[in-house]
Design a binder for this molecule. Structure first.
Ligand code: FEO
Length: 174
């Protein structure tokens, strides 16, 4: 069983993951509205991934005999003028999430809770990937600039993104 302090911190992280999900769902709506269906699809997948992150934490608390307490999800922004603005906001947000995961890791470490530390390892690697992907898309959008054909081609490519169940959830009933 986790300490109350760690349980509270993970419950807070569940809320942060759900807020992230809501943020990306909001971005998806914006680009759906702008006719960039591929970019909208990319953010919808991101929305599902964030829900999965929350679920991994929920499963973990339950598996340790702890309690999940769902809290209110704060309102998210609704306007990003261009795809690059949204991906810059994504990178900034993912950097914040990385710092939250690092804080959780430090807390688990301070409490000598090695099981929790082990569970968090997956998130530490995941955050490297999250930041890298956002940065790559920013770089590509910078190269594309005002080139409509370039943006169309990127949109087509992102339309092909599909959701993969993250490893910690694979094999578990949905
Ligand atoms: Fe759940 Fe995008 O980190």
């Amino acid at each position: 069983m986790l300490s109350t302090k760690l349980q509270d911190a993970i419950n807070k992280q569940i809320n942060a993951e759900m807020w992230s999900a809501y943020l990306y769902l909001s971005m998806a709506q914006q680009f759906e509205n702008k006719g960039l269906k591929g970019i909208a699809n990319w953010f919808k997948i991101q929305f599902k991934e964030e829900q999965a992150h929350a679920e991994i934490f929920m499963n973990y608390l339950n598996s340790r005999g702890n309690r999940v307490f769902l809290q209110a999800i704060e309102e998210v922004p609704t306007e990003w003028n261009t795809p690059i603005d949204a991906y810059k906001a994504t990178l900034e947000h993912e950097r914040l999430v990385t710092s939250l995961i690092n804080e959780l890791y430090a807390l688990a470490d301070a409490e000598h809770d090695y099981a929790t530390r082990g569970m968090l390892n997956w998130f530490v690697s995941e955050q490297v990937e999250e930041e890298e992907t956002a940065q790559e898309l920013i770089d590509r959008l910078k190269l594309i600039g005002d080139n409509g054909v370039g943006l169309y081609m990127l949109d087509q490519e992102l339309a092909a993104r599909t959701y993969t169940v993250p490893a910690p959830l694979a094999g578990k009933a949905e």
